[in-house]
Design a protein around this ligand. Structure first.
Ligand code: Z5A
Length: 211
């Protein structure tokens, strides 16, 4: 019988180092001989990536918060059911750059959609699928903004204010406080070496917890 793989998500405000650390986590798992895939949200399949483009493109037309919410979950339904779940069922570990915690943080904390509405869609789209572990890269909002903004043109989310990102950080930390066994907070303001070491240690721990 194939044992279901582990589902690990990486979360945090913009520029905290999720892409950097997901690559580091995948390297660590490879050294442990664990078969894993790396993916991201919104996105991860051709159709979900097309929805990502719709969501991130700056536009003159104001985007209604429910439109944004439903598009996030439309992309997630496609990604989860055609890519993530089949991989987990085959025993692969899935490392995902953002998942539904981002929806609670951005559309909930950031845009003001109620958590009850988000939870309704979470249950509809995901059934009982939840990440086994969430790695929350946490740093002062300004730290991530400076790192992310060195890249040039800003997408629709990156154009938001410091207070928008502060509400997002607060929401992430509040969710982590409620379920400390599933959330792993990593100080992302530390040096790249220190953050990478901590994330690698977590991957080793997740594996040893299974033995
Ligand atoms: N979104 C949403 O609203 N609702 C949802 O449900 C979902 C998403 C799923 C796209 O996400 C947008 O979608 C996102 C939220 C929304 N918008 N925002 N903001 P994304 O993950 O693709 O976008 P992002 O958060 O802007 O990610 P990012 O800018 O690519 O950042 P990152 O992946 O966290 O960071 P990085 O690319 O690894 O690092 C940034 C730079 O910092 C880079 O030059 C690194 O070399 C450097 N770095 C990394 N770590 C360090 C340390 N420790 N020290 C110094 N420098 C470092």
């Amino acid at each position: 019988m194939t044992v279901r793989g582990r589902f690990i998500t990486f979360e945090g405000t913009e520029g905290v180092g999720k892409s950097t650390q997901i690559a580091n986590a995948a390297d660590t798992l490879k050294k442990l001989d664990i078969d894993c895939i790396v993916t991201r949200e919104p996105g991860g399949t051709p159709m979900a990536e097309a929805i990502r483009e719709l969501l991130l493109a700056p536009r003159d037309e104001p985007v209604n918060e429910l439109t944004e919410l439903l598009l996030m979950f439309a992309a997630r339904a496609q990604h989860l059911h055609t890519y993530i779940c089949p991989a987990l069922e085959q025993g692969q570990w899935v490392l995902c750059d953002r998942f539904t915690d981002a929806t609670f943080a951005y559309q909930g904390g950031g845009r003001g959609v109620s958590s009850e509405r988000i939870a309704l869609l979470e249950n509809l789209v995901q059934g009982d699928v939840r990440p086994d572990h969430v790695v929350l890269l946490d740093a002062p909002v300004e730290t991530g903004m400076v790192r992310a903004r060195q890249r040039g043109a800003l997408d629709r989310f990156e154009q938001e204010t410091v207070s928008f990102f502060q509400r997002i950080r607060d929401t992430y930390l509040a969710r982590a406080a409620v379920e400390p066994s599933r959330y792993n907070i990593v100080d992302a303001s530390a040096s790249l070496d220190q953050v990478s070491r901590r994330v690698s240690e977590l991957m080793c721990k997740f594996q040893s917890d299974l033995l």
